[in-house]
Design a protein around this ligand. Sequence first.
Ligand code: AMP
Length: 542
Amino acid sequence: MNGLMMQQPLLVTSLLTHAERHHAEQEIVSRRVEGDIHRYRYRDLAQRSRKLANALAGLGVMHGERVATLAWNGYRHMELYFAVSGSGAVLHTLNPRLHVDQLAYIIDHAEDRVVFFDLTFLPLIESVASRISSPKVFVAMTDRANMPEAHGLPVTLLCYEDLIDGHSDQFAWPLLDENEASSLCYTSGTTGNPKGVLYSHRSTVLHTYAAALPDSLNCSARDVILPVVPMFHVNAWGLPYIACMVGAKLVFPGPALDGKSLYELIESEQVTLSAGVPTVWQGLLRHAGERGATFSSMRRTIVGGAPCPTAMTTEFQERYEVDVLHAWGMTELSPVGTVCSFKAQHLTWPTQQRYALQAKQGRAVFGIDMRIVDVDGKELPWGTHEAGDLQVRGPWVASGYFGGEEASPLCDGWFPTGDVAKIDSDGFMQITDRSKDVIKSGGEWISSIDIENVACLHPQVASAVCIAARHPKWDERPLLLVVRKPEATLRCEELLDFFDGRVAKWWKPDAVVFIDAVPLGATGKVLKNRLRDQYRDYYLTV
Ligand code: AMP
């Protein structure tokens, strides 16, 4: 039909070119792994991203190929966000908290061509390099003066600044199909290996629009945004893209995520909005509390990845006048799904009632449809006390996993989140439980099944069950329940030592409880719920 709107593809580079044109002087401040503070402007970001795009072409990176990063939040990482996706390749952010075997698996599975890494991760890169099947190009994200000796690497190691130095800052971003892949992030599944979630240019730009809205993450050109949530964890909840769209100042914390470093950065850069998991905010609140400090500029903080305890909301709001935005999302949702922002009628509610509302994960942002279903997949009504399996759909929700070797995860076109939730009559969703068998500790996943498998390798273990137990610092920690073989003399410490080298250090359970028998259901399935009910508060009581 004639006279319709233009067919302008939604591309990640349009965010960068917009920022360069309209917010060229806006600052991006990064605490570097080298220890100093680096500052430059959106115009520099755009210029250096184009140089990097030329450098990637020079390395022979082809359209659709994957380029990995193993890096903290910082300006070089941001340049990779735009140069890789913008030139038609796929940015693959690697999570350095994974066990080296998992990292090697992921790099091989994604068939990464080049791996960019921050200096902190050189030892990890050296361990990974000997485990991956095909040789890669490795690039240390630093300058010549800070280049390390890398005896452990079987390949040539390149230097980021040298790599981009000789290249032109002219690069015409290709007009890609908006449905092409822009980035890739693996998530730890309940069983088997981690699975890759592939974002498209279109899904990323649409998510950016929706997540920036006032009732979503509420970002504007007047904000100074501190994404504490890592850029390797679902693109730092989309904040690097959002900052470009709205023209906000960005402040990157690099590797320094302790309370003191964060507090100093928030104050020195006059941060107005920050984002991270509850564990990070505990450190910040402890630091501020011990010093009787206040926040002179911070007005809002986005808390997500795990439930935000009411005590945290209260402390932020009452003691520091920092509003908490409780959000829920997933890697498979790019990640924003719901945000708990008030409607007009809530503003006059009594304080305690408002805190109860803020404990909920919130209402769906436009673009996300959600529903709860019973065990037979029948949709449950909103506004009752009934909880059901939470399902979502929308243009930035994954329809499958990268590689596609597994059956589609969708149920009648809906993505099953593995979360169990209630939805009130106002559309506010509250997570009440989790049906997926995983433990979320400090915002990162631990597979309970992998822990059980390792425990069962021990010759004195008859059976083992690993559950998520509540923890005052990490939200959840793994607790191992073990039935010993007859005559076995196995002790807790001995079994815990058995985990050394077999799983990432922080995956090791904090405690082992020996039990007489594992409760089984009629079909022989372990009744984990019963054990969860019994031992959920173990770490709160010992
Ligand atoms: P990830 O894919 O690592 O971002 O993890 C997503 C999962 O984290 C969700 O399916 C929930 O189980 C959990 N999660 C995220 N945000 C929240 C929240 N605000 N409250 C409770 N659980 C959350």
